[in-house]
Design a protein around this ligand. Structure first.
Ligand code: AMP
Ligand code: TRP
Length: 327
């Protein structure tokens, strides 16, 4: 069975973008792959985090993984920091990474733009992400479009390690959805929907109430036209809403277009809100049950134990190949 690895940062409220671009695919892949899904807290601290918020968000994101349909009996769900080998391999891979490669990363450019002081962790972040993936020799990495460049760097680092120290790492492939790999902001379709956007109206959080969802969708920006037509170049806002509709209803983009042919944006948006509400309501109910039961801590512990076994084996091999004196 092929190995799958992915992670989501506990740095804010998970959005519909995280769900459509990543989480939904985690759920699909768990049935016929060996899966590891992490809450990447070590990545979250590359920007300042309030400790109490980080703790709460970490548990909340882990519970959302399970509420979205990840079955802990099928996939390991755990905290990145609980598998200490990630940070160790991360350091080793940092030494194989050039400054130039890191300077080219668009996520780094975006997150550091205009800042007076930029943490070194934010800069070396992609080497830690490469370690997350390579420590399990993962074949597939389900992510949204924005992570493609990090995946390319991971492949370069794997190749560099192999040519310097001997063939060891497999080349991981990104697994990016054809529709929904980049859900855009509701208020500005030139930006991706992001949990770190300070405007709550720009995104739908997975835990938003039905009324909040209805309000946000009714206020979402559209164009001055009338056609519910998928045309990302000329109608980016409406196309984004059609993508969300398609992903939450199971209808294809063409089916959504056909359903609203000749109709105005009002009825389309009204239905879209109901489609999103009915996709998220069962998830929210499961989320509340899981948080109340307190079971998430033991799920995380078991996930980390299993993942650590795989990770320790890789780390020992890598230390040996790189010439570290055995313990
Ligand atoms: P992050 O919130 O940066 O930790 O992202 C976690 C995962 O969700 C990554 O695989 C991202 O590519 C994906 N993701 C985040 N925002 C979006 C979005 N707006 N559309 C699609 N995928 C997204
Ligand atoms: N960098 C990813 C993001 O911002 C999160 C992440 C960390 C990740 N490690 C990973 C994703 C390993 C996939 C695989 O979304």
């Amino acid at each position: 069975m092929k190995r799958v690895l992915s992670g989501i940062q506990p740095s804010g409220k998970l959005t519909l973008g995280n769900y459509i671009g990543a989480l939904k695919n985690f759920v699909t892949l768990q049935h016929d792959h060996v899966c590891n899904f992490m809450v990447v807290d070590l990545h979250a601290i590359t920007v300042p985090q309030n400790p109490a918020d980080l703790r709460e968000q970490s548990e909340s994101v882990a519970a959302l993984f399970v509420a979205a349909g990840i079955d802990p009996a099928k996939a390991n769900v755990y905290m990145q920091s609980h598998v200490r080998q990630h940070a160790q391999l991360g350091w080793m891979l940092t030494t194989l990474t050039s400054m130039g490669e890191l300077e080219r990363m668009t996520q780094f450019k975006d997150k550091s733009a205009g800042k007076e002081s930029v943490g070194a962790g934010l800069f070396v972040y992609p080497a830690l992400m490469a370690a997350d993936i390579l420590i399990y020799n993962a074949d597939l990495v389900p992510v949204g479009e924005d992570q493609k460049q990090h995946l390319e760097l991971t492949r370069d680092l794997a190749g560099r390690f192999n040519s310097r120290y001997g063939e060891y790492f497999k080349m991981p492939e990104p697994y990016i959805p054809k529709v929904g790999a980049r859900i855009m902001s509701l208020d500005d379709a030139s930006k991706k929907m992001s949990k770190s956007n300070p405007n709550p109206g720009s995104m739908i959080a997975l835990l938003d109430t039905p009324d909040e969802i209805r309000k946000k969708i009714s206020r979402a920006t559209t164009d001055s036209g009338r056609e519910v037509r998928f045309d990302p170049a000329n109608k980016p806002e409406v196309s984004n809403l059609i993508t969300i509709y398609s992903q939450c209803s199971g209808l294809s983009v063409a089916e959504v277009e056909a359903r609203y042919e000749g109709q105005m944006y009002g009825p389309f948006k009204k239905d879209l809100a109901e489609v999103v509400v009915s996709e998220l309501e069962p998830l929210q109910q499961r989320y509340r049950d899981i948080r109340q039961s307190g079971e998430i801590r033991s799920i995380l512990r078991q996930g980390a134990e299993k993942a650590s076994e795989m990770a320790e084996k890789t780390l020992t091999d890598v230390q040996q190949l790189m010439g570290f004196l055995p313990y």
